[in-house]
Design a protein around this ligand. Sequence first.
Ligand code: ADP
Length: 318
Amino acid sequence: MSGTKILVSGIQPSGQLHIGNYFGAMKQVIELQDKYESYFSIVNYHALTSVRDKEQLSKDTMSAAMDYLAAGIDPKKVTLFVQADVPHVTELAWIFNTLITVPYLSRAVAYKDKTAQGLEATVGLFDYPVLMASDILIFDAEIVPVGADQKQHVEMARDIAQKFNQAYGETFTLPQVRIQESVATVPGIDGRKMSKSYGNTIPLFASRDELSKQVMSIVTDSSGARPEHVYAIHKLFKSEAELQELYDANVGNYKALKETLIEDIDAFIAPFRARRDELAEDESYVKKILAASGEKMRGKAEKKMKDVRKKAGIVTTY
Ligand code: ADP
């Protein structure tokens, strides 16, 4: 593909996709899919840093693929694949591990946040940014659309690319991060960043009951004129002008505001849910897409790794 820039992004299959994932990252990929050569990875090795239930992980891997297809990823435009279908990614991460230092990786904010929230401080969690650098660099990504929480990781991928290029000669492209500022950090129902690891999400494919339960649990306080956490989520679905009127008419009436929010989210996700239900009936269609994409991406990765191994003096006999 001459001249078309390469975009790479990904999602961990570590629980139900939520509206933070959608507005922070997924929507950008959907909007950019016509413009870029786009690769989207379901990063199941990354998910191992927080999921240790094998049934859950394998179920969530298929589920993430269906979610993305249902939310608007066109498999003819975006190569949607499973990370583990390209084992070269973990191979490359090892090589990168030998180039960067423990003090450097210790600066990763996401690692500090996750361990502070109670996630076990495994070597895998610590090494998360290096595996992510492999995901990005192995396919020569030029642009990486993500939420704000991943900005530092993309910067680390740039540093790692530079390290390798300095050590072994020009090999990797330096990727640019792309963040949609207005939705860089979607808050969860407790006001912290919405995250699967924090259990504070509104799932993108929530049933009406689930949706009601989560919205009704959004933490409110009575200090300001409007409930800020409710408003922050509401403005993803309605213009600020529309909200102004609604919030002015319902000062102090949190229940009414939350009920309107439920209606608005429900209307927004109804078509996604319908497509998601259809896909769930046709798992073989989804598997076929993933298998073909995996093969394509393995081919690209093997080509890149041949060059990398040669440059680093790694001998193989196949
Ligand atoms: P999670 O934190 O829920 O486990 P992932 O780490 O799988 O989510 O992130 C997938 C993508 O969604 C990343 O690009 C990430 O930056 C984005 N993202 C996750 N949570 C949010 C959020 N609350 N607001 C904006 N973007 C987010």
